[in-house]
Design a binder for this molecule. Structure first.
Ligand code: ATP
Length: 313
């Protein structure tokens, strides 16, 4: 796998003395969708800003496709498209002119056919002659993405791409990211919406107080840290948990109509069939059963609060 981004021993201490990033090491491969999760102030924007050459690191190295973001700033920057959190764009310009101008800033020769494609992909084609100030917030956000894509970058950074946008636009964004991935663009996004990372990312990094406490494949992460819960809905009231079931890990709900069993998703020794047989052998009849897997959100909240540190990939 070719690494498009390579970060080693990156530190950032702001002038105030605040240590925003501590020894960040991360490799991202071409075509990957990587989600960086972290609470407010964890250091996500600082990290993205260093990669994009907006903030200088205190020490460490960032290579974009082998180009150092400090020593080969222009070459590295050309490979990056950034969609910042803030919507800042020239309100009096038309959509077409703004996006075309952005491409020119990178010294790329005009390519109207490419700009047309981006605007169509982003459902902005009908609005190409509209002034930015006349667009809705969601449309303005699309314009920001179009600008970031105008110079055909290899990596697109989306800083909180769907903050404050409605559900349908959020879905559109997610679809767009999938299209970009299919075209070979690497996408790195920061988000507060865990659902967003769960939906889109191949890999997830969790940043806490400036440290990258976990980097892993999304499915592996959910498997490793996720819990499963099996619930049996009982036909009849069970006043207390029978002695025979005490050591099984089953617990009885307060109302006496549910037996619940929580276990690690990764645990292969669990024999649910045996457990159900044991319940049945005691004459306990259940009318329904369902299982639930913990969401990435639950895993994230547990990790961020627990202080655990693992670094897998
Ligand atoms: N210029 C600065 N000078 C001093 N401290 C700063 C500066 N910029 C950011 N910080 C601090 O560094 C920490 C990380 O900020 P950063 O913006 O990277 O967090 P974030 O994870 O992007 O947060 P959010 O989700 O709120 O955008 C915060 O505590 C912030 O107050």
């Amino acid at each position: 796998m070719i690494n498009i981004l390579s970060i080693s021993h990156l530190y950032k201490t702001y002038q105030s003395g605040f240590e925003a990033l501590k020894d960040i090491n991360l490799e991202i491969s071409k075509g990957e969708i990587f989600a960086l999760l972290g609470q407010n102030g964890a250091g996500k924007t600082t990290l993205i800003s260093i990669i994009c050459g907006i903030v200088s690191p205190t020490s460490g190295q960032v290579l974009v496709d082998g180009k150092d973001v400090i020593h080969n700033y222009r070459e590295a920057r050309e490979l990056i498209g950034l969609v910042p959190q803030e919507l800042a764009t020239d309100s009096f310009e038309t959509v077409w002119n703004t996006v075309t101008f952005s491409r020119g800033l990178y010294g790329k020769s005009p390519n109207p056919a490419f700009i047309e494609k981006i605007l169509k992909d982003l459902s902005l084609w009908d609005k190409r002659d509209n002034k930015i100030m006349t667009l809705s917030g969601g449309m303005k956000r699309r314009v920001m993405i179009a600008k970031a894509l105008s110079h055909e970058p290899s990596i697109l950074f989306l800083d909180e791409p769907t903050a404050g946008v409605d559900v349908s636009l959020r879905r559109d964004m997610w679809n767009l990211v999938k299209v970009l991935k299919d075209n070979g663009t690497t996408v790195i996004l920061t988000t507060h919406y865990i659902e967003e990372a769960e939906e889109m990312a191949d890999r997830i990094g969790i940043i806490r107080s400036g440290e990258l406490i976990m980097v892993d494949n999304k499915l592996a992460l959910m498997n490793k840290l996720g819990k499963k819960e099996l619930t049996l809905e009982l036909q009849n009231l069970l006043k207390s948990l029978p002695k025979e079931l005490e050591m099984t890990g089953l617990s009885l709900s307060e109302d006496g109509y549910e037996l619940t069993y929580r276990f690690d998703s990764k645990d292969e020794d669990i024999n649910i069939a045996q457990l159900l047989q044991k319940v049945a052998s005691l004459g306990i009849v259940f009318k329904d059963l369902h299982t639930k897997q913990s969401s990435l959100e639950e895993i994230f909240v547990n990790l961020v609060n627990s202080g655990a540190t693992t670094h897998e990939a």
